[in-house]
Design a binder for this molecule. Structure first.
Ligand code: FES
Length: 925
C-alpha cells in the first residue's frame, strides 16, 4: 500500500507506524510547532488542520490523514513568509507568554474564522468560551488571547533610548506565532535513545530484589538501570543557590520507595515503545512498610519513619517525627495580646495540593559534543529547567565531573511556575548517557507530571487573631503544618517563607508562630508561585476580614488601620531578615485603588435575580527576591555590525525577562530594540546565574544587565572622548550614531575604530548583581461575586487587582503576569485539586480529572499599577511574577462570606462544597 499526504503543501509518503498518532508523525518529520501537552485530547497544544478542520493531532491516527492535506502552524504564513492575519493579531496583542499553547490557539482560531456561521463580516469570532473549550493556556489567564482574537493591538515600538516603561513585544514573538521557537525537544539529535521509568506501585517499601534480565532481552533495549547502578550520594532535587537550604534525602534511584510513583528503575532503548516494554518486564520484590499520608499523624510518636537512618547530617530536623524542618518564634507575648482583645477569631484553614500544570512537561536530553579543538567530548544537557547553572553544579557534584566538561542549556521553556526549580530528570538521564556514551532523552508524560513531579504544599493553618474594639490588632498566632510529601525538596524553605512577609504586613505587637514541614508518603511538594505565602495569606486575610466584621468595621478600614507603613520595620515572629527593606511603599495606594473600584460599583449590577451578591478584598506583601542570595552575571557587547549582544544566564519561560533585558539594554545604550539581541539560559554564555525563580528575572538578572549595559556605555563614552581627543560625554543622535566632538560616528564605525585602536578589546562589559538587599512588593485583590443559592454556582462579576511593582518596565507584559497569576489562583480557589487515595496515590493524573481553568472560567481582571519607584530595584522596578497569586483565594473567600454569611476555611471552594454549606446553614442538609 502506498501512503501519501501533504504537510504544509509538501508531499510526504512515509508510512506511519502501526497505531501512530498524527502528532508524533508530524514531529518526526520535523514539524516541531506541533506540541505535546497531554496526549489525551484535553489541552489542544497539538492542534493542526486536516483538510481545513482543526483536530487534536494526539488523538488523530496518522493513517487517517492518508490522501489529505495537513497544515501545522508552520504552514499558516504565506509563501513569502508574510504572517497569516491571525498570527499577526497574536503578535500585535502579545497573546502568549511561554507560547507553548500558542500554535494550538492559532490553529483553532484560523479554523473558526474560516468556519461559516461563526465569523461575522468583520472576521471577529464570537462565543470564544465555546470556541476554546479544547485549548488550555496555563500562563496568560486567556484575556491576552481574547485581545488577540478580537484584533486589539497593544504592542509599542519605542524610539531609541525610550524602551523602558513601554510595551514592546517579546523578541521571540514572531518565532512563537510561526512555531519556530525551539523548546526543549524541538531538536533533532542523531542516534537518540529514549528513557522510560518504572515507578513504584507502593507508598512505602524496601526493594529486596530487582530482576532485569527479561527487560534486557527486549529488542532495542540498551540499558536497564536500578539503584545498584546509581551513585549512593544523597542530595535534594530542589535547586537553590545554597544547597544547605534543603535536606539531602534523595538518591537518583533508591532502594527504598516512599511514595506511589517514585522511580524504581530506568530503561533506555531505541524507541519509547521498547523502553516501555522493558519497564513492564522488570520484576521487583518489595518488602512493604507501613505508610502515613496525614502530616499530623506523621508527627505522632510511633508513626512510620519515612527517612529512617538519616538525620542532622542530612539536615532533617527531627527524623523520628518526620519533621523535615520547623520554625518557632514569638515577638511580644501573645497571651497578653489576646487578653487585651475585644474580639478574637480562631479557626483552622486548609489548602490543597495543586499542580503547576505547565503545558510543557518535564524532561531533558543529554548528548556529547566534541570539545573545542577536537580533543575529546563534552556533555551537553538540554533541559526544560528554570535553573541551568544550579543543575550543572548538581550534576557535576553527583557524577564527579568538572564544570567545564558539562554544559546545561534551556531552550525556550514551556511554563515553569517554580515546578522546574528542581532536578527531576537530568540526574537519571545523565547517568544513562555517561554509561552508554549515547544521547538519551526523557520526556515526562502528563500522567508522570502528577505522579513524579511536584505540587504546591498543602497547608493546615490554625490562626488566632485578636483586636481591640477600635480595630487595633493586638495579637496574631499561627500554627502551620505544611505537607512536604515524601521528600523535603523546598519543604523547610517554603515553610519559612510562608511565615515571613505574611506576618510582617500587619503591625500587631504580639505575634507567635509554630511551623512544621512534615514528611508523608505522598508525591513530593515543591516550589510553586508564591512559595508558601498564598497558603498562609488565605488564613490570615480571612481572619482579618472576620475580625473586621465582628467589630462592625469596614474590612478595608480595618486593614488600613493595621497594615505596615513606609517607615516601618518588617518584623515577624521568626526573626527579621536584615537585608529586607521597604524600599518603596505602595500598599496604601493598593487599598485606595480597591476603594475606588468599590465606589464605582452598584450592589445589584450584573447579579442574576435570586442570587446572592457579595464583595471582598485581601492584601499581600512579598519580598522582591529569595533569601540567602540570588546571583546573576550578564555581559553586553557591541558587535562589529553595530548591534549589541546581551548574554545573561536566566531562563525565559514566559515571564518576559528577555523583553525586559532587551529594553534595559536599549535604554542604557540609547539605541533601538532591534539592535539588541539576547542570548540566555546557557551555562556557556556567562559566568553564573542562580536561576529564573523567586521573581528575580527583572530585579536580579535585570539589574546585572543594567550594570553591564551602563558599564559598556561608559566605556564607549571614554573611548569616544579618547578617539577624538576631546573629553566629552557620548551624545546619542539616533538608533546607532554618536556625536564625537561634532563628528557623527555610527556605532559600527566606533566599534571598528575601537578595535583598530586596540584600547577596548571586545567592547564588552560585565554586570553582576547579588539580589541583596531586597525590597517588598504589594498586591491587593478585590472581587464582586454572585452565588446561586440553589446550585452553589459562583459567578465572578468583577475582579480588580492593584499591584505595586515599582517602576513598571513593560506594562503589557506585567499586566499579563498579573492576569495569569489571578487566573491560576482562581483555579486553586475554586476547583483545582490533586486528589490522592488512602495510599497517597494521585487519582487525578490527567487534565480530564484535574480541571484547569478554561477560557470560560476566567473573568477579565482590571489591573492597576501603583506609582512607586523602588530604591533598590533596577531603574525603580520590583518583581511581579509570583505575588499576584497570594491575595486571590482570601479575597474570593471574603466575597463569598459577604454573599452567603458563611466563612469558608478550606480550599477549593467548589460548587458542591458551597452548596452543601449553604444547605446546611439553611437546615436543608
Ligand atoms: Fe499558554 Fe504558556 S502561554 S501555556
Amino acid at each position: 500500500m502506498s501512503f501519501h499526504l501533504r504537510i504544509n503543501g509538501r508531499p510526504c509518503d512515509i508510512e506511519p507506524r502501526a497505531g501512530q498518532c498524527l502528532r508524533t508523525y508530524l514531529r518526526e518529520r520535523g514539524w516541531f510547532g506541533v506540541k505535546k501537552g497531554c496526549d489525551a485530547g484535553d489541552c489542544g497544544a497539538c492542534t493542526v488542520h486536516v483538510d481545513g478542520e482543526a483536530v487534536h493531532s494526539c488523538l488523530y491516527p496518522a493513517f487517517r490523514a492518508e490522501g489529505r492535506s495537513v497544515t501545522t502552524v508552520e504552514g499558516l504564513a504565506g509563501p513569502d513568509g508574510e504572517l497569516h492575519p491571525v498570527q499577526r493579531k497574536f503578535l500585535d496583542a502579545q497573546g502568549f507568554q511561554c507560547g507553548f499553547c500558542t500554535a494550538g490557539f492559532l490553529m483553532t482560531t484560523v479554523a473558526l474564522e474560516q468556519e461559516k456561521g461563526t465569523a461575522r463580516d468583520d472576521g471577529k469570532v464570537e462565543d470564544l468560551p465555546r470556541a476554546f473549550k479544547g485549548n488550555l493556556c496555563r500562563c496568560t489567564g486567556y484575556r491576552a488571547i481574547e485581545d488577540a482574537v478580537r484584533g486589539v493591538t497593544h504592542t509599542e515600538r519605542p524610539r531609541a533610548g525610550e524602551a523602558v516603561g513601554k510595551s514592546p513585544g517579546a523578541p521571540a514573538g514572531s518565532r512563537i506565532v510561526t512555531g519556530t521557537a525551539w523548546y526543549t525537544f524541538d531538536v533533532e539529535i542523531p542516534g537518540l535513545l529514549h528513557m522510560k521509568l518504572l515507578r513504584s506501585p507502593h507508598p512505602h517499601a524496601r526493594i529486596l530484589a530487582i530482576d532485569t534480565s527479561a527487560a534486557q532481552r527486549v529488542p532495542g533495549v540498551h540499558a536497564v538501570l536500578t539503584h545498584e547502578d546509581a551513585p549512593g550520594t544523597l542530595y535534594s532535587s530542589a535547586r537553590h543557590e545554597h544547597p544547605a537550604q534543603d535536606p539531602d534525602d534523595t538518591r537518583v534511584l533508591d532502594d527504598t520507595v516512599r511514595h506511589v510513583g517514585q522511580r524504581v528503575a530506568a530503561v533506555v532503548a531505541d524507541s519509547e515503545r521498547a523502553a516501555e516494554e522493558g519497564c513492564r518486564r522488570i520484576e521487583v520484590t518489595y518488602e512493604l512498610l507501613d505508610h502515613v499520608t496525614d502530616p499530623e499523624e506523621a508527627m505522632r510518636p510511633g508513626a512510620p519513619v519515612i527517612h529512617a537512618g538519616k538525620g542532622a547530617a542530612e539536615r532533617i530536623a527531627r527524623v523520628e517525627n518526620n519533621v523535615a524542618g520547623e520554625a518557632h518564634g514569638e515577638t511580644g507575648c501573645v497571651r497578653e495580646g489576646f487578653a487585651e482583645a475585644a474580639v478574637v477569631h480562631e479557626a483552622t484553614y486548609r489548602t490543597q495540593r495543586v499542580q503547576h500544570a505547565s503545558l510543557e512537561t518535564h524532561g531533558c536530553v543529554a548528548y556529547f559534543e566534541p570539545k573545542e579543538g577536537g580533543t575529546g567530548e563534552r556533555l551537553t544537557v538540554r533541559s526544560s529547567t528554570q535553573t541551568p547553572f544550579l543543575t550543572r553544579r548538581a550534576l557535576c557534584a553527583l557524577y564527579g565531573l568538572p564544570e567545564d566538561e558539562v554544559r546545561v542549556v534551556a531552550g525556550r521553556v514551556g511554563g515553569g511556575f517554580g515546578g522546574k526549580q528542581e532536578m527531576l530528570t537530568e540526574d537519571i538521564v545523565v547517568l544513562a548517557a555517561l554509561r552508554l556514551r549515547r544521547p538519551v532523552k526523557l520526556e515526562y508524560t502528563r500522567a508522570e507530571q502528577f505522579h513524579g513531579a511536584t505540587t504546591r504544599h498543602p497547608f493546615t493553618v490554625t490562626i488566632k487573631a485578636g483586636a481591640r474594639a477600635d480595630g487595633t490588632l493586638t495579637a496574631i498566632q499561627m500554627r502551620v503544618v505544611a505537607n512536604t510529601g515524601a521528600y523535603g525538596n523546598h519543604g523547610p524553605a517554603v515553610m519559612f517563607h510562608s511565615v515571613g512577609e505574611s506576618f510582617s504586613v500587619y503591625r500587631a505587637p504580639h505575634k507567635k508562630v509554630d511551623a512544621f514541614s512534615v514528611y508523608t508518603n505522598v508525591v513530593p511538594a515543591g516550589a510553586f508561585r508564591g512559595y508558601g505565602l498564598g497558603q498562609v495569606t488565605f488564613a490570615l486575610e480571612s481572619a482579618m476580614d472576620e475580625l473586621a466584621r465582628r467589630l462592625g468595621m469596614d474590612p478595608l478600614d480595618f486593614r488600613e488601620k493595621n497594615i505596615i507603613g513606609p517607615g516601618d520595620h518588617l518584623t515577624g515572629p521568626v526573626g527579621e531578615e536584615e537585608d529586607l527593606h521597604i524600599a518603596s511603599y505602595g500598599l496604601a495606594q493598593c487599598l485606595a485603588t480597591v476603594r475606588r473600584a468599590i465606589a464605582r460599583e452598584r450592589p445589584d449590577d450584573g447579579v442574576p435575580p435570586g442570587w446572592l451578591a457579595g464583595q471582598g478584598a485581601a492584601v499581600a506583601m512579598t519580598a522582591t527576591g529569595p533569601t540567602g542570595g540570588h546571583y546573576a552575571d550578564a555581559a553586553v557587547t557591541l558587535l562589529a555590525d553595530g548591534t549589541y549582544d546581551v548574554a545573561v544566564g536566566t531562563a525565559e519561560f514566559g515571564n518576559g525577562t528577555t523583553t525586559v533585558h532587551q529594553q534595559i539594554t536599549a535604554g542604557a545604550l540609547a539605541t533601538t530594540l532591534d539592535r539588541v539581541t539576547v542570548r540566555q539560559s546557557d551555562t556557556d554564555v556567562v559566568r553564573h546565574d542562580t536561576g529564573a525563580f523567586g521573581s528575580t528575572g527583572t530585579v536580579v538578572a535585570g539589574k546585572a544587565v543594567l550594570l553591564a549595559a551602563q558599564a559598556l556605555a561608559r566605556r564607549l563614552t571614554t573611548f569616544a572622548a579618547r578617539y577624538t581627543d576631546v573629553p566629552r560625554h557620548l551624545c546619542v543622535l539616533g538608533a546607532d550614531a554618536v556625536d564625537c566632538a561634532g563628528r557623527t560616528l555610527t556605532l559600527k564605525e566606533l566599534h571598528e575604530a575601537a578595535l583598530r585602536g586596540g584600547g577596548l578589546g571586545e567592547v564588552s562589559a560585565q554586570g553582576h548583581w547579588g539580589g541583596s538587599p531586597r525590597s517588598v512588593a504589594f498586591n491587593a485583590q478585590w472581587f464582586k461575586v454572585a452565588v446561586d443559592p440553589d446550585t452553589g454556582e459562583t459567578k465572578i462579576l468583577r475582579s480588580v487587582h492593584a499591584a505595586d511593582a515599582g517602576k513598571v518596565m513593560n506594562p503589557l507584559q506585567c499586566r499579563g503576569q498579573v492576569e495569569g497569576g489571578v487566573a491560576q489562583a482562581l483555579g486553586a480557589a475554586l476547583f483545582e485539586t490533586v486528589r490522592t487515595d488512602e495510599r497517597g496515590e494521585v487519582t487525578t493524573a490527567g487534565f480530564r480529572r484535574y480541571r484547569l481553568p478554561q477560557y470560560a472560567d476566567v473573568p477579565r481582571t482590571e489591573v492597576h499599577f501603583m506609582e512607586t519607584t523602588d530604591a533598590i530595584g533596577p531603574l525603580g522596578a520590583k518583581s511581579m511574577s509570583e505575588s499576584p497569586f497570594n491575595p486571590v483565594a482570601p479575597a474570593l473567600a471574603n466575597a463569598l462570606r459577604d454573599a452567603t454569611g458563611l466563612r469558608f476555611t478550606e480550599l477549593p471552594v467548589t460548587r458542591d462544597r458551597l452548596w452543601l454549606a449553604m444547605a446546611r446553614a439553611a437546615g436543608r442538609a
